[in-house]
Design a protein around this ligand. Structure first.
Ligand SMILES: Cc1cc2nc3c(=O)[nH]c(=O)nc-3n(C[C@H](O)[C@H](O)[C@H](O)COP(=O)(O)O)c2cc1C
Length: 231
């Protein structure tokens, strides 16, 4: 789904339709499939196969030891020259989560006005409804890279590495995540969380027990990616 400037239209889709953005995500289908948090961890390849982007969560709290394990997995990700240029902002205060949501709604309405689109109270309600699932988790983690790291030009590789590890660790423990870029814009998180320009936001992810595990969206077959020896 590509919009103007080649950017995917997460925000437009999710907000305009009044439903959480989902590419083939149909909650329910995998209900009962996931391990519940606290149960035995999934084996590695099941974790990889069954991690899904989750956009609606139960309010079930996350024990500190699970949160610790998940963040620790992120910490162990590889980085260029072992520079480890991250900060992980952990948000658990419901009032901060609410503030983020409200700021997202405001920003979306401003963007609509700037484009000459409607931004009536009804639209505001739709936008809020569309964001509800994204903001239903008990915990949020913002992955940042530090512009004053040792090799800052490599930060754009190191950042997503940590996020990937974090998402897999979360899945192993039975929690859902989603690597969010546009649905919760970077400038909104930076403003609400007082993040200085020294840091670049890689993503924000909710962390929680899914209401249901979404179906696997269509994935291309492996053959399409593989080049044997040379192009
Ligand atoms: C760089 C990147 C940006 C993404 N941004 C968003 C986003 O803003 N909102 C959202 O709901 N999902 C976002 N996603 C999640 C993708 O939509 C999701 O990974 C994809 O549809 C495949 O689904 P799966 O993660 O369940 O395999 C993003 C994923 C990546 C890797």
């Amino acid at each position: 789904m590509t919009g103007e400037n080649g950017r995917r239209e997460f925000v437009k889709l999710s907000f305009a339709a009044g439903v959480p953005f989902a590419l083939g995500a149909t909650p329910d289908s995998l209900a009962g499939f996931a391990s519940d948090p606290g149960q035995e961890e999934l084996p590695f390849f099941e974790v990889v196969r069954n991690r899904r982007s989750v956009r609606e969560f139960k309010p079930t709290p996350i024990p500190d030891e699970h949160l610790q394990q998940i963040l620790d997995a992120a910490r162990l990700a590889p980085t260029s020259g072992n520079q480890q240029p991250w900060k992980f902002v952990v948000i658990r205060d419901p009032s901060v989560i609410d503030e983020l949501k409200e700021a997202c709604v405001r920003k979306n309405l401003e963007a609509r006005r700037a484009r000459g689109m409607e931004a009536t109270p009804e639209v505001a309600e739709q936008v809020t409804e569309g964001l509800k699932g994204y903001f239903s988790a008990p915990v949020y983690i913002v992955v940042l890279t530090d512009g004053e790291s040792r090799y800052p030009t490599y930060n754009h590789w190191d950042g997503p590495m940590a996020a990937g590890y974090l998402m897999l660790a979360a899945r192993a423990l039975g929690y859902g995540t989603v690597f969010i870029t546009d649905s919760i814009p970077a400038d909104v998180t930076k403003e609400v969380l007082n993040i200085s320009d020294r840091f670049t936001r890689v993503c924000i992810t909710p962390l929680g027990v899914p209401v249901a595990w979404p179906d696997t969206p269509q994935k291309k077959p492996l053959d399409e990616f593989i080049v044997q020896d040379r192009f």
